[in-house]
Design a protein around this ligand. Structure first.
Ligand code: NAI
Length: 256
């Protein structure tokens, strides 16, 4: 029970129905619940989020769902209020919500640029801004910002996504430096290529998928559960001296 007594809010956690392909947020929800955490699942996809919430509760876990668009400060305020009203504390925040966008620089519209910066960078910023005051009240906390290997290195496409994930990486270090003295740890996690609802459609194209596998030293894509294990480490007290760090989970892609 590595998270016993802790309350975790996870964004982008709707894809968390057992028997279906999960996202990182959904996989983390199940892993965290199994380790004793109480959960606030959030997402813009209300139908799926409610299904995940119901299934977790059927399995005896404490879970509530809140519709939270991470780009809206108003939504954040409501979700944090729900967390405090339901459980009375907040210990773990996973800023995981995201969307993809595989465009080269000259094909990237201003709208695409703003959308990527909003969901990734602004979303993590607003989440931290609203969660930190509550974490302070209970003596500390752990924030996990989901960046990407695309926040560390460039590629042929995904221009705005790279920029937004890079922003998440350094925003994490800024927050880590500011709040370390209050026992609020902030780390980023950098997944490589993993099969989730977000990527699954593009992996159906055999040419794209084979080219992708060539880039991965381990020769396979990752599973959401393998990412969730890293989140669990950062969420738990086992990482009590870890803040401002970057946890890369990528099958070796950025090792070469
Ligand atoms: P996923 O398939 O679980 O989809 C992300 C979730 O975020 C969806 O449920 C979606 O409804 C939600 N979402 C989108 N916009 C939102 C908003 N404005 N407010 C609240 N929720 C919103 O995704 P996956 O693949 O598990 O991705 C999770 C995170 O990991 C994302 O930030 C993604 O960029 C990142 N990532 C994913 C990789 C992969 O290979 N799957 C690789 C590296 C990073």
């Amino acid at each position: 029970m590595r998270l016993e007594g802790k309350v975790a809010l996870i964004t982008g956690a709707a894809a968390g129905v057992q028997g279906e392909l999960m996202g990182f947020g959904g996989a983390a929800a199940w892993l965290f619940a199994g380790e004793g955490a109480k959960l606030v699942l959030t997402d813009v996809n209300e139908d799926m989020g409610r299904r995940a919430e119901a299934q977790l509760r059927e399995h005896g876990h404490d879970a509530v769902f809140a519709r939270l668009d991470v780009t809206s400060e108003e939504d954040w305020e409501a979700a944090i209020s729900l967390t405090m009203d339901t459980y009375g504390r907040l210990d773990i925040l996973v800023n995981n919500a995201g969307t993809g966008g595989r465009l080269r620089l000259e094909d990237t519209t201003e709208e695409t640029w703003d959308g990527q910066m909003d969901v990734h960078a602004k979303g993590a910023f607003l989440g931290m801004k609203r969660a930190i005051p509550e974490m302070r009240k209970s003596g500390g906390g752990s924030i996990i910002n989901v960046s990407s290997i695309y926040g560390l290195v460039g590629s042929q496409t995904s221009t705005a996504y790279h920029a937004a994930k890079g922003a998440v990486r350094i925003l994490t270090k800024s927050a880590a430096a500011q709040y370390a003295g209050e026992n609020i740890r902030v780390n980023s996690i950098h997944p490589g290529f993993c099969r989730t609802p977000m990527t699954n459609a593009s992996y159906q194209d055999p040419t794209h998928y084979d080219a992708l596998l060539q880039r991965i030293p381990m020769g396979r894509v990752g599973q959401p559960q393998e990412l969730a294990q890293g989140m669990l480490y950062l969420a738990s007290d086992e990482s009590s001296y870890v803040t401002g760090s970057e946890l890369v989970i990528d099958g070796g892609v950025t090792a070469q």
